[in-house]
Design a protein around this ligand. Structure first.
Ligand code: AMP
Length: 522
């Protein structure tokens, strides 16, 4: 079944309900949204885009996003959402890798996009431009009343990975994947109905866009903030305006919200939940968020290759049940999602017992079919039907999964594995530490040594010696950072993930003389 049938059903049952809002204002009802989606689909057909053609969406978050998303699906095409903050060269790579015929752009990105595609057979459609106007004028009346027939395994969404290591790869998400993702959202998270609202302060090209489907299938509103991004003041206004609100947020966004003065105005009863994930949420930060928001935090752990998601920690598991395991649960990424099987295996692919680290592998109907045009990477990632996530983790006796790190981030020092996240959790407990990231620095004798990049709450608020003493009190000596570097901010990806690749480059620039905070080895 074509994933666009979601919209056909909702347009029948909830025709006059708001489907898309721009800030507090209704932008499109369900009736209007399906008309626009059909208009997009007709236009694609007239351009000669056959079912299966790729339609790139290089768009800042805007209310028009969804008509192009559903319109492409209506025509049986696959969408290729591209993060609006990518460099034009990265855009160029994704366009040529995906072989997109059409690229939809928001006006702010149009000039860059046109320069990149010049000379290539890619038709650029600008939001608000003449082609878009023609699609809207069509109104969905020129045929194609129902979405084109597709096979369940046809590609619906080419999800390009963040490319934190090497070139981005296009995870092929099929119509079946998206249906299963949507159904398991409703199964695990519970009811969404037409009185609810999904807010979208996070990029629609990533998890937020995927999560929108569960709201579309139930006739709820999808609200795009007018700023097109995450502004704590604005998000509080929107929550206050829309009862039954929920939104996806990277952990850094949750922290910014909690620290914002706007929190004083939040009508917390309007907030159903915040889905946080995509990067580690440290226990100290989580506790601060729980203190302000209560039972409204829903952790997700997933990948573009298995959206959205693999495991979950629902709100009630964030609460103290008197079993003495709260701290442990908060440090976990929760339990397996419905319909997903998760294992932790050693290098030979054999399951390891609880408490032992291994690679997290996953199977189920949310797992991608493979990487677009990349059989080598597909063979590496998908083995015997199991997705090898590249994440190192362990289960506890109760089925909770604990992520250690990406396998490539594990530090091997003197033959011992050190998981940066464990060291980061400890450093974050220090009151003067706001953000931290730990990486391995090559070392002649030890292979690697632990190096910490620290953002203090004020310049000079804490010294390397104080942090070292803090580590000695809390962690095995061999895991302590051997050197620190204090920074005003850490480099982050467009999805808010800390870029360890960039930090490692900084290490190369850090000569021994510059290591002001370095101290001797134990
Ligand atoms: P992406 O495909 O860009 O969403 O990145 C997926 C990766 O982000 C995963 O393989 C994990 O390494 C990391 N990640 C996602 N969710 C979480 C989480 N809840 N806690 C820790 N890391 C996470």
């Amino acid at each position: 079944m074509n994933i666009a049938e979601i919209l056909t059903n909702s347009a029948a049952a909830f025709a006059e309900r708001p489907a898309v809002c721009h800030g507090a204002r209704t932008h499109l009802s369900y009736r209007a949204l399906i008309g626009r989606a059909r208009g997009v689909a007709h236009w694609l057909r007239r351009q000669g885009c056959p079912p299966g053609a790729r339609v790139g969406l290089y768009m800042a978050n805007c209310p028009d996003y969804f008509e192009f998303m559903f319109g492409a699906w209506f025509a049986g095409c696959a969408i290729v959402p591209i993060n609006a903050k990518l460099h034009p060269k990265e855009l160029g790579y994704i366009l040529s890798n995906s072989g997109a015929d059409v690229l939809v752009v928001t006006p702010d990105l149009a000039a860059d996009a046109r320069a990149i595609v010049s000379g290539q057979p890619v038709r650029v459609v600008e939001v608000g431009g003449p082609d878009h106007a023609a699609m809207i004028a069509d109104g969905g009346d020129s045929g194609l009343a129902r979405p084109a027939g597709v096979r369940p395994d046809d590609v619906a969404w080419l999800f390009y990975t963040s490319g934190t290591t090497g070139r981005p790869k296009g995870a092929m998400l099929s119509h079946r994947n998206l249906y299963n993702m949507t159904l398991s959202f409703l199964a695990d998270i519970g009811p969404v109905d037409d009185r609810d609202a999904a807010l979208h302060p996070a990029p629609l090209s990533h998890a937020a866009g995927l999560f929108s489907l569960a709201h579309f299938v139930r006739g709820a509103a999808n609200v795009v903030p007018e700023s097109g991004g995450f502004d704590p003041e604005e998000i509080v206004d929107l929550v206050n305006r829309f009862p039954g609100s929920s939104f996806f947020a990277a952990p850094t966004m949750v922290n910014r919200l909690i620290d914002s003065p706007a929190m004083a105005r939040l009508k917390v009863e309007n907030l159903d939940q915040i889905f946080y994930g995509g990067a580690p949420m440290y226990v100290e930060d989580l506790k601060a968020a729980l203190a302000r928001l209560g039972q409204r935090l829903w952790q997700v752990y997933g990948q573009g290759e298995a959206p959205c998601t693999i495991t979950y920690l629902p709100p009630h598991m964030h609460m103290d049940t008197g079993d003495g395991r709260l701290e442990q649960r908060l440090a976990s990424v929760g339990i397996a999602r419905s319909g997903v099987s998760v294992r932790v295996v050693d290098e030979a692919g054999v399951d390891v017992p609880p408490g032992v680290n291994g690679e997290v592998i996953v199977t189920g109907d949310v797992v991608m079919a493979g990487y677009w045009n990349n059989p080598e990477a597909t063979a590496q990632a998908l083995r015997d039907g199991w997705l090898h996530t590249g994440d190192i983790g362990q289960f506890d006796e109760h089925g909770f999964l604990f992520l250690k790190d990406r396998s490539k981030d594990v530090i091997i020092s003197g033959g011992s594995n050190i998981y940066p996240r464990e060291v980061e959790e400890v450093l974050l407990q220090h009151p003067a530490v706001v953000e931290v990231s730990v990486v391995g620095r090559p070392h002649a004798d030890w292979g690697e040594e632990v190096f910490a990049f620290v953002v203090p709450n004020a310049e000079g608020a804490v010294t390397a010696e104080q942090l070292d003493a803090h580590c000695i009190d809390n962690i095995a000596r061999f895991k302590r950072p051997k050197a620190y570097r204090f920074m005003a901010a850490l480099p982050k990806s467009n999805y808010g993930k800390i870029l360890k690749t960039e930090l490692r480059k900084l290490l190369d620039e850090t000569s021994p003389r510059q290591r002001t905070c370095a101290r001797g080895r134990t």
